[in-house]
Ligand binder design. Structure first.
Ligand code: VG1
Ligand code: CO
Length: 543
């Protein structure tokens, strides 16, 4: 085999974050950067000799070029086979499914998810294990350790493969199978939700707008919503993946999915709106003039999932990331099922799902998923919502009002302060950490501190521990503020401040969230000295 062992030296900063390694595209394109990281992955997982890997990405700029390098390196490292999405495309949940379906040994997913794409924007790569889920911290730590001592990577000198024909090819001794990225995923969806019921809903005149945000979900949404379920043509907007996501942020929230929000809050709004992110694992749900927070969406799905065939026997449990609101906890309690609280990032749900302890999982950042794959799954969430809408014959806003009437409403908002000087961001977190021991019982602004700690997680399945997962401050009367630093950004530090207020008074369930959260916001800002330390009077993004 025309193989090269290329001498290299370690490159700093190859530490996977919340979800893989994310850097500016130009950094990934620097000589040896991608190669070093890929070799560190292969070494960190104990080599790939004779193994089968799934490879695909969200189609952003450099997707194809990076896939060719990965394939040539996989061949040089003696992999038996790579299963690659046609055109290099695989949504994150579809890749997770493919790993499981084909019993592959793992996969490489190329994406920086909701971060913008293009030569001046972001790129990312992560490794998923044989269960289809993002590598655990134990594995990502090993990868990082390998990156620090790497002195050689292996690559074949042969040209790459043709990604644009469904075919089986050879790359030296390795087989490369190019597969339809949509077919297996669509077939899986059909086993989970009631396609006939949803078809009948659309046939009855139900209208929808799905914003694929020029990202990977476009082909999936066209095929499933329009072609199979009979939603009107034009239901899917921005449905052709583009390398720079139409110059937008493929982040499904009210700020970045502006076109959809305007439609849903305008005259003649469709009955239902949804959007997905760069790599198709996030979802935004919006009814006519009614935005559903991701935390509330998880609670609603927990309450109603049994209406879909795959969950008809109920849920074993539910899990949410720590900053996600406690709305799902309230529903779980009434259902008599456990609710687990994990650190941010899908990798922490894997063990709970594998052990059968939970059926549904969710995060406040617009991620929801179930045990059908080991990633969050944007289109799945939308289909489950459709199934529930079809079964209940209620509107999105009525479903939410009913949920709040039964359990109370967790008003919720997240403030993001982006590209903050890292030293200042650290100072803020350290300052809070230093106060934790003393503030219990103190009054800050209008609120009294009930408890304060830094979240640490003990995995109930494998006993692994993860410390330093965010500062949480609970106030008497159902308010909570959480501070943590983002692990997906590519520039400076991003401070996330998560605000929550539980309201159970039936006359106060339809306030403007900004008003409902004013006291907890003021207390959080006063306690953290955020404005004084960072000089930022306003967050960059409020979701
Ligand atoms: C963010 C979200 C987190 C999510 C992660 C990956 O992480 O807060 O909930 O799991 O992105 O999502 P951070 O560390 O920036 O807060 V995705 O769709 O970007 O893979
Ligand atoms: Co994503």
């Amino acid at each position: 085999m025309p193989m090269q062992n290329v001498r290299t030296t370690p490159i700093e900063g190859q530490k996977p974050g919340t979800s893989g390694l994310r850097k500016k595209t130009a950094v990934f394109q620097r000589p040896r950067f991608l190669e070093n990281y890929v070799q560190s992955i292969f070494d960190g997982i104990g080599g790939i000799d004779g193994k089968t890997l799934v490879v695909g990405g969200d189609g952003r700029f450099f997707n194809d070029g990076a896939i060719q390098i990965i394939l040539r390196m996989a061949a040089a490292n003696n992999a038996a086979k790579c299963i690659v999405g046609h055109g290099g495309i695989l949504s994150t949940p579809a890749a997770s499914h493919l790993i499981r379906l084909r019993e592959a040994d793992g996969g490489l997913i190329l994406s920086a998810s909701h971060n913008p794409g293009g030569p001046d924007a972001d790129f990312g790569l992560k490794y998923n294990g044989p269960n289809g889920g993002p590598a655990s911290e134990t594995v990502t730590d090993k990868i990082y350790e390998c990156s620090k001592t790497l002195d050689l990577y292996k690559i074949i000198t042969t040209e790459g493969v043709n990604l644009d024909t469904l075919s089986t090819q050879s790359l030296e001794d390795m087989t490369v199978e190019i597969v339809d990225p949509v077919a297996d995923y669509a077939a899986l969806m059909e086993t989970i939700v009631d396609f006939d019921k949803i078809k009948a809903l659309f046939k009855g005149g139900f209208t929808m707008c799905f914003d694929a945000m020029h990202a990977v979900t476009g082909p999936y949404a066209h095929a499933i919503l329009e072609d199979r379920l009979g939603a009107a043509k034009g239901t899917v907007i921005n449905g052709i993946p583009s390398p720079d996501f139409g110059k937008g942020h493929p982040d499904p929230n009210p700020i970045w999915a502006k076109t959809l929000m305007e439609k849903m809050f305008g005259t003649d709004a469709p009955d239902f709106g949804a959007a997905s992110d760069g790599d198709g694992d996030r979802n935004m749900i919006v009814g006519r003039a009614s935005y559903v927070t991701p935390s509330d969406s998880l609670a609603l799905l927990t309450a109603k999932a049994h209406l879909a065939p795959a969950y008809k026997d109920g849920l074993t449990g539910v899990a949410r990331s720590m900053p996600t609101s406690r709305a799902a906890d309230l529903v779980a309690e009434s259902l008599g099922i456990p609710c687990f609280e994990t650190p941010t990032g899908w990798k922490f749900f894997g063990n709970l799902l594998d052990a059968g302890k939970v059926t549904l999982c969710g995060e406040e950042s617009a991620g929801t998923g179930s045990d059908h794959v080991r990633e969050k799954d944007g289109l799945w969430a939308v289909l489950l919502w459709l199934n529930i809408l079809a079964e209940t014959e209620k509107s999105v806003s009525d479903l939410m009002s009913d949920l709040w009437a039964e359990h109370g409403r967790c008003y919720y908002s997240r403030y993001d302060y982006e590209d903050v000087d890292s030293a200042k961001a650290d100072k803020l977190i350290t300052g809070l950490r230093d106060k934790l021991a003393d503030i219990q019982g103190q009054t800050i602004g209008m609120l009294n501190v009930e408890s304060a700690d830094e979240f640490a997680y003990l995995d109930p399945v494998d006993g692994s521990q993860s410390a330093g997962q965010g500062i949480r401050i609970a106030f008497k009367g159902g308010a909570r503020a959480v501070f943590r630093l983002s692990g997906t950004g590519t520039q400076g530090a991003t401070i996330r401040l998560y605000l929550e207020q539980l309201e159970t008074d039936p006359t106060r369930l339809h306030q403007d969230p900004t008003d409902a959260l004013v006291h907890v916001r003021d207390a959080a800002l006063a306690l953290s000295q955020l404005v004084e330390i960072t000089g930022r009077k306003q967050p960059d993004v409020i979701t």
